[in-house]
Structure formats: structure tokens, C-alpha cells
Design a protein around this ligand. Structure first.
Ligand code: PRP
Ligand code: URA
Ligand code: MG
Length: 209
């Protein structure tokens, strides 16, 4: 599918299977999400441009590669996005962080915003927006709309599971934003949940149901 990268690394797929199981505990789910987020982060940053910096090793001077440009911004769509954010920050500790508080209204499936905080200079940075679930796509669409209104131009979206319906809606709204996911599942059910999915990611992470 154009504009969508499915991260099919065996370790990602194995961990995802355990996360999907209904008997996996809150503690297990949280730990796996943290582990998987590092592997996903590795893939979503795979093609970052490098520039050469002159450094001194204990032996000699050399030209050595470093990531080009300003620091990355990781954008977490609360709450469940924080589960991905944590591991990603372990790999890229210098990244800037933005939080967007959104919850999906159970009846309308429309996102309701309750928080927004981001660095000022979004137009000069690569943003990686993270949320484990892309279901209808409404939450990710709204979050990215908000970031674009604040000047963001270079954006990627990273999730764990995506529904085909969500990808279609998302790509219609934001054709310039590449999607990275560990799986494209079958479909959405009548309540807007991903099938087969893993249930409600926020509730499974935080034990709220
Ligand atoms: O693609 P959509 O149809 O918009 O659904 C996906 C959204 O639903 C979940 O969040 P939820 O609203 O449950 O909030 P939470 O993270 O606070 O639990 C998930 O983490 C996404 O943000
Ligand atoms: O399946 C779904 C759909 C939306 N949000 C979730 O957490 N899970
Ligand atoms: Mg939830």
C-alpha cells in the first residue's frame, strides 16, 4: 500500500502476538509496548539524513556521521501514545516532545481535545506522531491537523495496529504524511474497534477496564 510501511520484523510480530492475547496482563502489555516501541522507532528513523562531523577519537581525527538537522519531535497522542513514547525516548533521548490530549467519544467516534503542548519551531523539525491505534483515523487526523496549523510540515505517523478504513481516511486527509505500522488488521467492528485488534490500548496499558 502506497505511503504505508508495515514493519514486519520477526521480533515486532512476535511481541505483537503476545500483546494481542486477552490473557496478557497490564504489566506484560506495558512492558511489551515499551520494547516494541524501540524496534518501531528504529524503523521509522531508518532513512534519516546524516551529515559528517569532525571528531577526535583517542587515536586520530575523523569525519563521523551524525543525524542532520534540528532535534526530532515525538508527538504523543494521549493517553495510549505515551506507551510508545517511552521506549522511543530511550533510543533518542534528545528528542523534543509534544503532547496532544484527545479521547474518542464512544458514540460519535469523533475526537475530543483536552490538551496541547508543543515546541514553537515545528516548521523546522521532523515530527513523529505516535499512537498505538489507527482505527477510524479521526484522532490521528485531528492531531496532525492541529500540528499543521502550528506550522509543522514534515510529519510521520507511527502506530502499532491500523484498520484499512482508518488508513483510507487518514491518507485522504493527510496524503503527505507517511504511515508506519506493525500490522494492517482486517476491519473495524460496529463500535469502531479494530478486528482482530488488541482491544482498547489505553485501558490495557493502564488497567482502567
Ligand atoms: O482512529 P480512532 O477511531 O480515532 O481511534 C483511535 C484512538 O482511540 C484510542 O484512544 P482513546 O480515545 O481510547 O483514548 P485513550 O488513549 O485516552 O484511552 C487510541 O489510542 C487512539 O487515540
Ligand atoms: O480497537 C481500538 C480502536 C480504538 N482504540 C483502541 O484503543 N482500540
Ligand atoms: Mg482508550
Amino acid at each position: 500500500m502506497d505511503g504505508v510501511t508495515v514493519i514486519n520484523h520477526p521480533l515486532v510480530q512476535h511481541k505483537l502476538t503476545i500483546m494481542r492475547k486477552k490473557e496478557t496482563s497490564t504489566a506484560g502489555f506495558r512492558r511489551l509496548l515499551r520494547e516494541i516501541s524501540m524496534l518501531l522507532c528504529y524503523e521509522v528513523t531508518r532513512d534519516l539524513e546524516l551529515t559528517l562531523e569532525t571528531i577526535e577519537t583517542p587515536i586520530t581525527q575523523m569525519q563521523s556521521p551524525v543525524v542532520e538537522g534540528k532535534k526530532l519531535v515525538f508527538v504523543s497522542i494521549l493517553r495510549a501514545g505515551n506507551g510508545l513514547l517511552e521506549g522511543m525516548l530511550e533510543l533518542v533521548p534528545s528528542a523534543r516532545v509534544s503532547h496532544i490530549g484527545l479521547y474518542r467519544d464512544h458514540d460519535t467516534l469523533q475526537p475530543v481535545e483536552y490538551y496541547f503542548k508543543a515546541p514553537d519551531d515545528l516548521d523546522e523539525r521532523l515530527l513523529i506522531v505516535v499512537d498505538p491505534m489507527l482505527a477510524t483515523g479521526n484522532s490521528a487526523i485531528a492531531a496532525i491537523q492541529k500540528l499543521k496549523e502550528r506550522g509543522a510540515k514534515n510529519i510521520r505517523f507511527l502506530c502499532l495496529l491500523a484498520a484499512p478504513e482508518g488508513i483510507k481516511n487518514f491518507q485522504e486527509a493527510h496524503p503527505d504524511v507517511k504511515v508506519y505500522t506493525a500490522s494492517i488488521d482486517s476491519h473495524l467492528n460496529e463500535k469502531g474497534y479494530i478486528v482482530p485488534g488488541l482491544g482498547d490500548a489505553g485501558d490495557r496499558m493502564y488497567g482502567t477496564k
